[in-house]
Each structure stands twice: as structure tokens, then as C-alpha cells.
Design a protein around this ligand. Structure first.
Ligand SMILES: [Zn+2]
Length: 139
């Protein structure tokens, strides 16, 4: 299940990444996400498989690091939705879920973020808030 808050990437995928800063760490350290050494925790933030919570080391919350072992990951904000022909017949769904985006949008006027999360537990309160923000911004 992908994180609802961030998409986690291997550090090597970061734009402008300079491999020479990692010279002493070995190739393994650059692929912690692909090798499942770094994953998205319950709260959606990156976590180290051995040490748990990672610290964000940049102001824009894009670079995260485990203070115990130095594993690092680069994150981008998770999109609101995703679409695949193999999921719900290609209907646009809330990112990381099989809940059609329009079902959530239809509830926005009558329900609180918490109520919508109660109807669709796989959609987090924070995701509902982001969808609400986007819908009212575009309206
Ligand atoms: Zn660690």
C-alpha cells in the first residue's frame, strides 16, 4: 500500500543528485527504498526497517535520513489520485486505494473529513482534506 502523504524514492533518483557525495557508502545505500530497507510507516512518513522513524533533513521535507544508520530517501508529495486500466476498470481512484475519487468528492458537501474516512477507511482524513482543498480551489 503506497503512502498517502509521500511517494518514496531511492536517493539516486533525486534531481541533481550527486553520486560523489555517497562515495563511501556503497551502492546499497542508494537503493534503500527499492531494496525495502526504507518504507512508508503508518503515518505515511518514511521509516527505516531497523530503526523506525526517519528525520527530515530538508526544509521542504523532501530528504529524509535515519540518524542511526544513515539510510536516506527522497520523497515527493503523493498525488491526489491514480488511474490504471487494471484497477476499477480505469476509473480515477483516490491515490493508494480502490475508492473512486468522485465518490469522495460527492460526499464533500454533506460530510466532514472524518465522516468520509469512516465511510472509506482506506482514505485517510488527510487525503480527504487535500481533495477538499483541491476541489474548492478549482471550483
Ligand atoms: Zn536505520
Amino acid at each position: 500500500m503506497p503512502s498517502s502523504r509521500y511517494v518514496l524514492h531511492d536517493l539516486i533518483e533525486q534531481p541533481g543528485f550527486n553520486p560523489s557525495t555517497q562515495r563511501d557508502r556503497g551502492d546499497w545505500s542508494l537503493r534503500d527504498v527499492s531494496s525495502a530497507q526504507v518504507f512508508a510507516a503508518e503515518d505515511g512518513k518514511p521509516a527505516c526497517i531497523d530503526h523506525g522513524a526517519m528525520n527530515c533533513v530538508t526544509e521542504n521535507m523532501s530528504l529524509w535520513r535515519c540518524l542511526m544508520c544513515g539510510r536516506a530517501t527522497y520523497t515527493t508529495p503523493a498525488p491526489i489520485s491514480w488511474t490504471s486500466e487494471r484497477r476499477m476498470g480505469g476509473v480515477e481512484c483516490v491515490y493508494g486505494t480502490r475508492v473512486p475519487l468522485k465518490d469522495v468528492v460527492n460526499l464533500l458537501t454533506d460530510c466532514t473529513d472524518e465522516e468520509i474516512h469512516w465511510y472509506y477507511p482506506s482514505v485517510t482524513v488527510q487525503q480527504v482534506a487535500r481533495i477538499r482543498e483541491q476541489v474548492y480551489r478549482d471550483a
